[in-house]
Design a binder for this molecule. Structure first.
Ligand code: ZN
Ligand code: ZN
Length: 470
């Protein structure tokens, strides 16, 4: 690692860790100085990609332009064997999206966005009675008669957590809620966004229908709009209880929904791969991954432009310092958001090759606070070395085994060792998959801390012996 980089790293680490030190540290460089230091490929990759390409939905012309951009950039940075590996995948594109509560109160517009794989309501839209469920589990437990012919609403406000652990639990409403609602005969599903902010920016993301289940229109409301729907639902419920007791016909809560996305069939996507060739041709490579595609609402800065910036900057720093023993393979995967098609395609093509270890950065750009390992027993001393190196940057050693990331998921499932540089996810789900995922949300100081942690880790892994990592 270069001395200048280490100085900046220590300054960043002290700043972001807020650790108690006896002597006050020298003033850290300002964010602008870091961003403009000329030694920050992580920032320039993220800035250039989000500025020159912007949103890059998998399988679209924008993603293909991003791949051409990526090949040119990686070649210009001095990487070897830069190439595109194409594959085909099914493509869904967004259409119009509108929702209004239309009764029993006066009509009110809601901020909604369609979920990936949502069916269309048709150009005229649909209108229906809402049936409320506090959670995905409550929907699954409900009798069919309660759901049939209705628009299902799934509540369940996601909790904020540093490790982002709420995503799996609360995310089910998005991942498989529409599938469960369709099986019970719902005409559409609307969920509370899987997000922790209180802005009127709904969070998109994919929803999945099992084979044989009819896709239905599926959208997500922003948190404040979901709150509004819930308040109207509660009032309608109270009115209904009163009216039924008095013998009136109660009025249900009604929603008008217009979503016109479409499936446009199989299209090209692809992975972009670059390498730092190792000095030992017999040593198995280290693979580091991010994903190049993004959702279409924002410019994909935190998800996952920054991840590509971080891993590539680290590989560049290791390459500049001296040739590593092992080859470092950089994978900018395509089509992650819509079903991890790039990760699967990489595994189909390269899964039988030996990989020493696989790592991924796909959780924003805030600082790394913990390192988790899932390495073979032979790598115990290597783990200790990495943990000791990272402790200087305010990073603690986790007790749970590393999980890897989506694009390296198939490799890890097949037994390739992995290591997670866990990023602080406290504010990640304020921005995730919203129009707010833009460059200004990235803190250059924290981005730099990521690069330093990655550089230190990658330098050790890429120079490890076969006895440590077979
Ligand atoms: Zn991602
Ligand atoms: Zn994502």
């Amino acid at each position: 690692m270069k001395n200048s980089l280490r100085t900046l790293a220590l300054a960043s680490a002290v700043l972001v860790a807020g650790s108690a030190v006896a002597i006050p540290p020298p003033p850290p460089p300002t964010a602008t100085e870091l961003a403009q230091s000329g030694d920050d490929p992580a920032w320039s990759i993220t800035e250039d990609l989000t500025t020159e390409i912007g949103p890059r939905m998998a399988g679209t012309e924008a993603e293909s332009a991003a791949r051409r951009w990526a090949v040119a950039r990686l070649q210009a940075m001095g990487f070897a064997n830069v190439r595109e590996e194409q594959f085909d995948m099914p493509v869904w594109v967004r259409g119009e999206e509108e929702a209004s509560l239309v009764g029993p109160f006066l009509p009110q517009k809601l901020a909604i966005t369609a979920l990936g794989n949502s069916a269309s309501t048709g150009a005229k839209g649909i209108e229906g009675d809402i049936v409320y469920f506090p959670s995905y589990d409550a929907l699954v437990a409900a009798p069919e008669a309660q759901v049939k012919g209705k628009i299902v609403f799934i509540d369940h406000q996601m909790e904020r957590a540093q490790d982002g652990s709420g995503y799996g639990q609360y995310g089910r409403g998005r991942f498989i809620g529409a599938n469960a609602a369709s099986k019970k005969g719902a005409i559409a599903v609307v969920i509370r966004s899987i997000g922790t902010d209180n802005h009127r920016t709904p969070h998109t993301g994919g929803t999945n229908f099992e084979k044989g289940v009819t896709p239905i229109p599926a959208g997500a409301l922003s948190n404040p709009d979901a709150d509004q729907l819930v308040r109207q639902w509660q009032r309608t419920l109270r009115m209904r209880t009163k009216e039924t007791a008095l013998g009136y016909t109660p009025e249900p809560l009604r929603l008008k929904l217009l979503l016109t996305p479409k499936q446009v069939g199989q299209q090209h996507s692809g992975n972009v791969i670059a390498e730092v060739p190792g000095s030992d041709p017999n040593a198995s490579p280290v693979i580091i991954a991010c994903h190049l595609d993004s959702w279409d609402l924002g410019t994909g800065a935190i998800d996952d432009g920054a991840g590509c910036g971080i891993i590539t900057a680290a590989a560049k720093h290791v390459m500049t310092a001296r040739q590593p023993r092992r080859t470092i393979r950089v994978l900018w995967a395509g089509a992650e958001e819509v079903g991890v098609f790039g990760g699967k395609a990489y595994f189909e093509k390269h899964g039988t090759e030996k990989h020493a270890v696989a790592l991924e950065s796909d959780f924003g750009a805030d600082r790394v606070w913990r390192v988790d390992f899932k390495l073979p027993a032979s790598a115990k001393a290597l783990e200790d070395r990495i943990a000791a190196e990272l402790s200087a940057f305010g990073i603690v050693r986790g007790k749970e085994p590393a999980g890897g990331g989506a694009d390296i998921g198939a490799l890890v499932a097949a037994g390739v060792p992995t290591l997670d540089l866990q990023q602080d996810g406290t504010r990640y789900f304020d921005l995730h998959h919203t129009p707010d995922d833009t460059l200004d949300k990235i803190d250059p100081v924290q981005l730099r801390q990521n690069v330093v942690a990655w550089t230190a880790t990658l330098a050790i892994l890429a120079n490890s012996s076969d006895a440590e990592l077979p």
